[in-house]
Design a protein around this ligand. Structure first.
Ligand SMILES: *Cc1c(COP(=O)(O)O)cnc(C)c1O
Length: 298
């Protein structure tokens, strides 16, 4: 059985001066340390997909992503460990393997990059489209972001790294796969808050509902900083200040927006002094390559 060389996640308390002791505890689960590329939640979402392929003798997977996709790079590394080939359907027919550091690295790892028009890419979650791709490339299809049953099952395991002393768990939301897995794995007495990094992200509240068996959750979308993948000077400053206070590097696409939102909610007294909060650091640090010259920790 293939094994990814991974480090164990751990829980780190944040600096009390940073959260001004407005809550009883504010800790962060460091999934970012698991692997430099298969980081954070991505490994958990891929694990059962790849194990299924390994057991069934499937030699090729096909998945989807944009030019800066953490999921594509994580799939490239994780699948290589299982000696499974990767076909990546990449959004944007005008792109090439030189278009981003992420695509270049995928290409070096032997991923077949298939550059696809935006209109075709829109069909990525349609059953017929996936079936035709599966046939054409003789591959097992892993949906974008690892958003399937195997992905949610793997995400549930994130909860095995913390105990039931936390009454609120906070996580960034892309496809909502990680969020759904975490929500399902925890008891009703725990409230799960999601932070969407894109505009109008509360559509995710309905999108995840069919996959969630509990009611206690909310998804916020105020802290998108212009939209998915976008950032501002203020967000970068926040990342640098956060690192200085806590020695935790954040990524600008997901976790920085979540932590910024948490800080806003602390400032607005949205949490009580008995709350014990756990933030999930879902990784994604490879994405910081594109803004490395602005970061104090990169
Ligand atoms: C992919 C990613 C997410 C989103 O995960 P979903 O399961 O798709 O919601 C969150 N944070 C980071 C750092 C990611 O790379």
């Amino acid at each position: 059985m293939a094994t990814i060389h991974r480090l164990e996640p751990y829980i780190q308390p944040l600096n009390k001066d940073w959260y001004k002791t407005k809550v009883a505890a504010l800790d962060i689960l460091r999934l970012d340390v698991v692997h430099p590329k298969v980081s954070g939640n991505k490994w958990f979402k891929l694990k059962y997909n790849l194990e299924y392929c390994f057991q069934e003798g499937i030699k090729r997977v096909l998945t989807f992503g944009g030019a800066f996709s953490n999921h594509l790079l994580a799939t490239a590394y994780a699948a290589a460990e299982y000696h499974i080939q990767v076909i990546a359907i990449v959004r944007g027919e005008e792109l090439s393997e030189g278009s981003s550091p992420t695509l270049a690295e995928c290409h070096e790892l032997g991923v077949t990059l298939v550059f696809t028009s935006r209109s075709d890419y829109k069909k990525r979650n349609e059953k017929d489209y996936q079936e035709s791709l599966a046939k054409r490339y003789d591959a097992f299809v892993i949906p974008e972001g690892g958003a399937n049953e195997f992905g949610r099952k793997g995400a549930e395991e994130i909860c095995s790294y913390f105990n039931n002393t936390y009454n609120k768990v906070l996580v960034s939301v892309g496809t909502g796969t990680t969020f759904a897995g975490i929500r399902n794995a925890l008891s009703d007495s725990v409230f799960v808050e999601g932070f969407a990094p894109m505009k109008n992200g509360t559509y995710l509240t309905e999108e995840v509902r069919p996959f969630i068996n509990k009611e206690e959750y909310t998804i916020y979308d105020e802290w998108h900083f212009g939209g998915f993948g976008k950032h501002t000077a203020e967000l970068v400053q926040f990342m640098n200040d956060f690192y200085t206070a806590n020695e935790v590097p954040l990524d600008h696409v997901y976790t920085a927006k979540m932590m910024y939102g948490i800080q806003q909610r602390l400032l607005e007294d949205k949490y009580s002094d008995t709350d014990r909060l756990l933030c999930i650091h879902t990784g994604g640090l490879q994405g910081n390559n594109s803004i490395s010259d602005q970061l104090v920790f990169w």
